[in-house]
Design a protein around this ligand. Structure first.
Ligand SMILES: [Zn+2]
Ligand SMILES: [Zn+2]
Length: 378
């Protein structure tokens, strides 16, 4: 089984080269030396988009070329499995800012086939994050200060699964169609009863059954739980057209996280998401004004998967005893974060709002507050 070496010493000074975001080269931060990453071979390009057979993956029966042995360290707090490449050894967990203990184990994992290389530099990602934080009026000022001056954002390749499937579903249910009935009601108008006609909407139900089919391509599931699911799933959309064959050069100077969500769990999550889409298809196929779905029976075929790495810049700050995480899509610059609330700003806004309301009540109906009317109304 292969073991990847992520060491890229500078040919001129021996320091570790780093991948330069947005380019296809490695650079040396010490002497400025640059080294191009060799262009992808045709074979590598095929490999980048090649789907693996799901059944074999679930049986743990992949070719040894599709597996890799990695050295990892596990965060004692959040459970992230960080791959230890000699080029970058983290001393604190990039996800939760907990100090890491460097006990390493080796792990046999499915090898990532492809990755999207970082296109944003750390400075660009930080600028995107600060402008996003600045747009939240309730964010504490000290946190913004931290973000401006604090330590560098960590560039991490986060593991994902993608799933393909062809589906064919038979369903049964009911189609509801609206119709209106006129009825006569009695209403009281100025103390006298009057009879009026009123339209009432009703639904008539008809049995419905049929078939829908849909082919799914690259349903993305995050393969780690280090990022809060909301943060991870809202960093979309990714342009998967930029997937490049996995080569360790793109990881130089960055951290890669090993997957902690097994293939089987990732697959169930993908099927759940696909099933939701299928139910929408069924509703559309039933038509009418309302639909009831009694049963959906889906045949899944040609199921395949890929294991890929996607680039995320991330910052974890401790503020008032809690850690807050901000993530920046390393391809598009989209920002997501957990929002810390500034207690003072919010308390200020609440008091100000209460004063406005009391003021309005007082002006419109002073007796409600048990106060004499304002002098100018007398
Ligand atoms: Zn150098
Ligand atoms: Zn952690």
């Amino acid at each position: 089984m292969a073991r990847d070496d992520h060491r890229f010493p500078c040919a001129r000074c021996g320091a570790q080269l780093r991948y330069a975001p947005g380019q296809t080269r490695l650079t040396c931060n010490y002497c400025g030396f640059e080294q191009d990453i060799p262009p992808q071979t045709a074979e590598a390009r095929v490999r980048a988009t090649q789907e693996l057979d799901l059944a074999r993956g679930l049986r743990n029966d992949l070719a040894s070329a599709d597996m890799v042995e990695v050295r990892t360290t596990t965060c004692p707090n959040c459970g992230a499995k960080l791959e230890l490449s000699s080029a970058s050894i983290a001393t604190v967990c990039p996800f939760c800012a907990t100090p890491l203990i460097l006990d390493t184990g080796t792990l046999s994992q499915i090898r990532p086939q492809a990755l999207i290389p970082f296109t944003l530099t750390e400075a660009e990602a930080r600028a995107a994050m600060i402008s996003w934080m600045g747009s939240l009026w309730f964010a504490p000022g000290t946190l913004l200060e931290y973000a401006r001056k604090g330590r560098a954002l960590a560039g991490i390749y986060v593991p994902f699964w993608t799933f393909d499937a062809d589906t064919d579903s038979r369903y049964s249910g009911e189609r509801g169609e609206y119709y209106y009935e006129t009825r006569t009601v009695s209403v009281r108008v100025n103390g006298r009863m009057e009879r009026r006609q009123e339209q009432v909407r009703k639904t008539r139900w008809y049995p419905a059954s049929g078939r829908v089919s849909r082919d799914f391509d690259d349903v993305l599931v995050m393969a780690s739980r280090s990022l809060p699911p909301r943060l991870g799933s809202e960093l979309t959309p990714w342009d998967l057209g930029a997937l490049t064959a996995y080569t360790p050069e793109f990881l130089a100077g960055f951290q890669a996280e090993g997957y902690t969500v097994p293939l089987a769990s990732g697959h169930s999550e993908a099927r759940e998401r696909m099933s939701e889409v299928i139910r929408e298809d069924v509703r559309r196929d039933i038509g009418g004004d309302e639909q009831r779905i009694d049963d959906v029976n889906t045949d899944w075929s040609d199921e395949t998967f890929k294991h890929i790495l996607l680039p995320v810049w991330m910052a974890a700050y401790r503020y008032n005893g809690r850690s807050y995480r901000f993530v920046v899509n390393g391809q598009t610059g989209e920002v997501q974060g957990e929002r810390p609330w500034s207690v003072w700003k919010i308390a200020g806004a609440v008091v100000f709002g209460a004063v406005l309301i009391l003021g309005a009540v007082y002006l419109s109906n002073p007796e409600a507050l048990g106060l004499p009317p304002p002098a100018w109304t007398n």
